[in-house]
Each structure stands twice: as C-alpha cells, then as structure tokens.
Ligand binder design. Structure first.
Ligand code: PRP
Ligand code: URA
Length: 211
C-alpha cells in the first residue's frame, strides 16, 4: 500500500537508491555501512539545503563589485544518539557553522518506548533552524521525543531528516508535529511485530558501530 503524507518529502536521487541498497544488504560490513551512510548524508544535505532561503550581500571580486549569497538562517544539527551520528558529518560538511546538539534517546527493547538519557542544547535555540538527524523513523517515538524536547527548549523552526521511514512512524510523528517537515530517502512498507522496519536495514546503531 503506497501512502502519501503532506509533510513528507521522499528524496528521489539515483545515488540514494544505489547507496540504500548497500545499507539494506545484510552482508555489508560495518566500515562500508558507515562510509555509505555518510555518503547518503552528504547527498541528503545537498538535496535538503537546495531551497533554503538566501540573503544577498555586496562584495568585491579582484576585478569588480558583485553580489553574493549567504543562508538567511543559522542552523542547529540535532543527531539522535547513536545512529544519528551517522548523518552528522555529511550535514556538517555543507553547514560547517552549524551548532551540534546531541540528543540521547534509546528505544526500550521490550516496550519499544523511547527513553531519554542526554542532551546539550544552547539557550539561543529559538534563533536557529533545528535539523533533527535520525536515520530510522520506525514507530516515530524517538524522533517525536527529540523534536518535543527541542520545542520545549524554545525551538521555533524544525526539520526532521530520516533515511528509512515506516508509514506508522511518519503518521505518529506528523500527528504530534504537523509543523515539522520530514525528509527521507525511503518510505518502507511497514513495521514487524518487534517494531523493526520492513524491508528496512536492521538496527542502524548496531550496524554503524558494530555492537
Ligand atoms: C533506533 C534509531 C532511532 C530509533 C527509531 O535507535 O536510531 O533512534 O531506533 O525507532 P522508533 O522510531 O521506533 O523510536 P535505538 O533506540 O536502537 O538506539 P541506538 O541508535 O543507540 O542503537
Ligand atoms: N531502529 C532501527 O535501528 N531499525 C529499525 O528498523 C527500527 C528501529
């Protein structure tokens, strides 16, 4: 069953399709998984930044005055530990001035409920466009909790970046945060009884760090 969600953008890029196949393959070793997720994060960063608003400014080339462009907004990247770390470097490559606030959330293996354990969020968060990074949107509990936390701390503008999303997670997240746009590289079929995404790629944190 294919579903559409008004606040979801499915990024269509041949590089993402090719690299996702590597992530999904159970025979892909951890170092290749890590390198591939980083490349995916770079492609996604380029795609997502494509239409970010710009301000113009005047400056001089060695030959004459001209007009340049800079992002209107300042950014906060919020990787959700641990798997969100796999998206951090790709986004930092293109948004090197971004503040990085890690958010520690771990899903209980039995109940599948998210448990918060760490955050470090700056006080000027209300001035920043916050980009939540978490490759897996399964039940949506973790991304929803991370986004709620950022809003409680004052965040006004947020974007969620996932790599593989389940319809159940998109629905849950959208019900709680209809104002937050989601970008993903794949909208998969469904969750299994253990709340893993099908076809998915398994446990992203474990595959990233070899645990
Ligand atoms: C994974 C993943 C997401 C979460 C998604 O984290 O990185 O944060 O599960 O599932 P949900 O949408 O059902 O909440 P996990 O709790 O396994 O922690 P880890 O990244 O440290 O392995
Ligand atoms: N977390 C993961 O890492 N993978 C899933 O499929 C679901 C939650």
């Amino acid at each position: 069953m294919s579903q559409t969600f008004p606040n979801l953008t499915l990024l269509e890029n041949a590089l993402l399709k090719r690299d996702l196949s590597t992530l999904r393959n159970k025979h892909t070793p951890n170092p290749i998984f890590r390198a591939t997720l980083e490349r995916i994060s770079e492609v996604m960063a380029v795609e997502i930044c494509r239409n970010f608003p710009l301000d113009s400014f005047d400056y001089e080339t060695p030959l004459e005055a001209t007009t340049g462009y800079k992002f209107q907004e300042s950014f906060l990247l919020a990787p959700v530990l641990r798997a969100g770390l796999g998206l951090q470097n790709g986004f930092l490559k293109f948004l090197p001035e971004a503040t990085v606030s890690h958010i520690g959330i771990s899903r209980d293996h039995r109940t599948h409920e998210p448990h918060f354990y760490y955050s470090n969020i700056p006080t000027h968060i209300e001035t920043l466009h916050c980009i939540v990074l978490d490759p897996m949107l399964a039940t949506g509990g973790s991304a929803t909790m991370a986004t709620s936390l950022l809003k409680e701390k004052g965040a006004k503008k947020l974007t969620l970046v996932s790599v593989v999303a389940a319809p159940e997670g998109v629905k849950y997240f959208s019900e709680h945060h209809p104002d937050v746009h989601i970008f993903t590289a794949a909208l998969d079929r469904e969750l299994n009884a253990n709340k893993y995404i099908l076809p998915g790629l398994g446990d992203a944190g474990d595959r990233l760090f070899g645990t």
